[in-house]
Design a protein. Structure first.
Length: 243
């Protein structure tokens, strides 16, 4: 999922990347909504709230929403900067480092939320900012890897693109190409796994609260492992063959 450039990716690789990252986004967003009453995988709602507080001149809230917007931007910037800096050396390294950083951040959120979170306003604001940073990293990374095809937390754009793709597929004057069909498959996959992640996140947060965040790094670890699994199996086979 991380080893190929955007021009060499197969449909299977894109579907796997889309499903896993969309589930992460779905879990994260619903848990953030239940726990903090705030969206944590996208910034559309935060921009609307920022405008509202500017009109009402709530200066403390304006600063908080500006911070959240900046954190999402900073995560996207860092992810793209890392990929651009390392892609000439190794696509896997360039793509895996942002995932590793995201794992560390969300693991911190899981540990802190499960063991230390006291539900203060300051804690809430910091945790939301931290999660938004990680989601900015993920959204930028999957978009870069897929050449803009996959945006795992941006469902407004997803429905826009899906509407255009289906219109192109069913229009009598348009050619039903494999490219358009694959785009539709990928977009429905993102939507389905985002909803599934949201259901899982909401249900298990009611049972285990912040412990549900431990599941998210596990999903991301499977993304990292997928590209090295063949190599690991090959080395293990050679080891037992020698013995």
């Amino acid at each position: 999922m991380l080893r190929q450039s955007k021009g060499d990716r197969t449909l299977r690789e894109n579907l796997m990347l889309a499903s896993s990252t969309a589930m992460v986004s779905g879990i994260t967003n619903v848990v953030g909504l239940v726990a903090f009453l705030a969206f944590t995988s996208n910034v559309t709602g935060h921009v609307a709230n920022l405008s509202k507080h500017i009109v009402e001149q709530n200066f403390n809230e304006i600063l908080i929403f500006l911070l959240w917007l900046f954190m999402f931007f900073a995560g996207a910037f860092l992810s793209s900067f890392i990929v651009r800096s390392l892609e000439d050396k190794s696509y896997y390294r360039a793509h895996s480092i942002p995932v590793i950083i995201e794992i560390v951040i969300l693991l911190f959120v899981a540990i802190y939320g499960h063991n230390f979170y006291q539900e203060t306003q300051t804690e809430r604001e910091i945790v939301i900012a931290t999660i938004l940073f990680s989601m900015g990293m993920q959204n930028s990374l999957v978009s870069t890897i897929s050449g803009g095809l996959i945006k795992s937390s941006h469902l407004t754009g997803l429905f826009t693109d899906l509407g255009g793709d289906i219109a192109e597929w069913v229009h009598p004057n348009a050619e039903k190409t494999e490219l358009v069909r694959n785009k539709i498959y990928i977009r429905f996959t993102i939507l389905g796994f985002y909803i599934l992640g949201g259901i899982i996140g909401g249900y298990f947060f009611n049972l285990y609260e912040f412990a549900i965040f431990y599941c998210v790094p596990v999903i991301l670890l499977t993304i990292l492992y997928y590209d090295v699994s063949d190599l690991a199996l090959h080395k293990l086979t050679r080891l037992f063959t020698k013995n």
